[in-house]
Ligand binder design. Sequence first.
Ligand code: A3P
Length: 321
Amino acid sequence: ESTGDQESNNRYNDLISTLPSQRWGPDGLDLHQYNGFWYPRITVEATMAVRDRFVARPTDVILVTFPKSGTTWLKALTFATVNRNRSLVLSMLSKMNPHECVPFMSKLYLDGRLSDNNSLPAPRLFAVHTPFFLLPESVLSSGCRIVYLCRDPKDNFVSLWHHFFVCAGVRGLAHFSFDEVFELFCSGVTMGGPIWEHALGYWRESLQRPERVMFMKYEEMKADTGGSLRRLSEFIGCPFLEEEEREGKVEEIVEMCSFERLSGLEVNKNGSIVFGRGEIKNKGFFRKGEVGDWKRHLSLEMAERLDRITEEKLRGSGLEF
Ligand code: A3P
């Protein structure tokens, strides 16, 4: 660790200790409010380090999602698309969880240092949950592509509840009720929240600079995965050629990354990966993969309340769920 890094790391820690915090998930998962958004301590620190030290290349592709909006799926689809002609690399998707194929930028930050990842072939793929205005400066100035994915807040909430509070694979069980976590979600206090401001930041940017930011919704991807994949591939500069279309390449990748196939792989049934300070069972990333599952979990009152907040927050923006 260089002296400069050490000084920055001390600065991050000093700053984090002044941030508002909120008990949220299982032990060690308290959230801290950094520039209006709630993240665990380790993520805030990594966000600052990445912002200070990450150097983007024009060919990079940055996948941005709200937690539990379909990150795993988007990682798989993008990884398969850019590596479709490298069979050895592509085979990683059958042996590894998509999170091991496309790293979170925050994972580059380990033991107080940011690894450079310079040896990765172009296009390098990285993922973040970071709000638009907190992305590293070079991501904005390099001209690289940003793909954003979000989801109906109702389904997003239900998915999040299961992942962080029900799924036993995540650092032990938390002592929060469904109603309490819902209440916090509505007030913006949730992993990466508030969800509305997160989406709006990328939505506005996608309208202003459509060549830089592509905005996607989980529901649209489910309704027409092939169409979404074609749009994605064009946006990141590797469109499917006529010949590939004839060969059914798009359908092949859609199938390769489908919920059924990925969730059925040995690595995703029984494997686990290191996340933050804990281990997460890969099966926790594959629950149902459906649109509208909120109907089985939210009361009508809760659904209406969340819809009302969403409507108020997004009013006038042109973004709807
Ligand atoms: P559900 O909990 O509603 O089933 P993330 O990847 O951001 O953590 O989001 C997880 C959500 O995406 C989960 O939603 C999960 O089931 C769903 N998912 C994972 N892989 C998927 C795939 N290949 N196709 C569609 N949905 C998928």
